[in-house]
Design a protein around this ligand. Sequence first.
Ligand code: ADP
Length: 633
Amino acid sequence: MAKKQFKAESKRLLDLMIHSIYTHREIFLRELISNASDALDKLYYHSLQGGTTGIDRNEFIISIVPDAEQRTLTVTDNGIGMTKAELEDNLGTIAKSGSLAFKRDTEQPDDIDIIGQFGVGFYAAFMVADRVMVLSRAFGSDEAYQWESTGADGYTVTEAQKDTHGTVITLHIKDSTEDENYDEFLQPYRLKALVKRYSDYIRYPIQMPMPQSRLKDGCEGDKPEDYEQVTETQTLNSMVPLWRKNKNELTDEDYHNFYKEKFYDYTDPLRVIHSSTEGAATYNALMFVPAHAPQDFYSRDYEKGLQLYASGVLIMDKCADLLPDCFSFIKGLVDSQDLSLNISREMLQHDRQLKLIASRLEKKIKSELYSMQQNDRETYETFFKSFGMQLKYGVYAEFGKNKELLQDLLLFASSHDEHPTTLAEYLTRMKEEQTCIYYICGSDREKLARMPQAELVLDRGYEVLYLTEDVDEFCIRALNDYEGKTFKNVSDGDLGLETEEEKKQAEEQAEQHKDLLAAMTEALDGKVAAVRLSNRLKSHPVCLSSEGGLSLEMEKVLRAMPGEQAEQFKATRVLEINEHHAIWTTLQRLFDTDKEKLTTYTALLYDQALLIEGLPVEDPIAFSNALCALMTE
Ligand code: ADP
């Protein structure tokens, strides 16, 4: 019979398995057991959905049988089984879930090391076996098939006999060599230890015939001959799911292993949230804050949600209603006795109990993140690098509904020092007379620190938040204020920093030079709403500021968005001139002597202001020509 070939990426994975380093091999058993357990879950779920009778969960079982003589190890389940097509699809291609995480990391140099760290699925069998047979009969079908493969050279699927639904996986264990011992995977005590270590929480009994010595009838037990060797089937696992265990029985390693295996991550989570409550809502929740965002996190493909169990039975893999969007990065599960097992998805959405649980979880997640921020700042900053953007989106999404929930979790870069700050921390550093929280927007810290607009505010010793992310300003605007202090963009027309006296003086100056300023405004031909003498510039000659609701930075972000409307977003610009700068004297002179040059210089100053702002010059050629003309004068 012709062998079928594995898909290319499966081959690659298979190859890694076959040549994997020794210490990782033992995880193959965990992978097979976890598949068997999933197959049992699926059968149970199927029976609930379809009202199938004759399924008794108490009969669900996973059994492991080593045969040292034949060098085989079989793992059997009476779960949902696989059809012929499923055997081909599922075992001929690498599994979707595991492979996603895998593919991302094959770009990294240490890809061999990944194997030991997260679920690689069924192919792990090839780490210890030179031949693998999968005999399966799908539930509801009377046909059985056998899939068989010796590794990279492909696989066959043939018709076979099997009396009941479920799957039998037989591994032919590799021969031991001088350096490598595979015999251990045929030894009951070693296998038992592996089950205890990796699969203890599996909710179905994992059974294995264990050799026992038993005292013969009528014997005292003081001589070796008084004992006989028998085989007794034992249940190896305690069957209590991890989340039902007591926190103090569990170590970080238990949690981390569980997380990595279940959620296909290869790094430990940053934080584990394990909570149990009774009363109005009774549930156990086990949640994790991942250390990094999955590749598709900021794409539309990403599906948020927690696994939902009703009294220990998985009823939904990603229950989105349990997590608000702002916390969509959380991975984990909830197990509640309050939910009915055969509740439909539609009903679930309206379930009051589920809503209650969701709101409790939301508070819990917030308080855990907050406590991480307060007590483990370094980790929190790592977390924020990956997921801070999600929190900031969360502030302005849904009309600011989650403002209160999120505002204390935010971090912003600031002029204070190189560490990002919380808003509460900013408040503690505010000067006595300071009334607003100042911010400036732009692409990076270093540039922002040198922006002319920030000079005045910084000179007064006021801290300025550096909003370097696109989402930042939208977030700040949605917040509107924090603890009664409003936010103020240092590029805003009116900073409100002057005394009455200074204001009066400025007005007089403006009046005195109104013709020159009007001429400059006219020279810019509608590009700016006005040219003004600046009250914020100290050493720089010019800057741009904006009037009205839309800032220059928001204009940039909005215009970068796809769609025809993008063009319509334009901030109302004001060109500010520093009257203490030598250029101002020049401009005054030109106003009296050379109007044409005044026009050129005004255009040049405007272009400079655009460049400082990080905005494109409208006519780069004209700009360059004017500059050269000036240089060769
Ligand atoms: P994963 O479990 O991550 O999806 P695997 O490579 O371990 O990836 O398995 C691939 C697929 O094969 C599973 O998703 C499942 O559909 C099927 N499968 C594996 N083992 C069994 C089993 N014992 N019973 C039924 N289906 C199984």
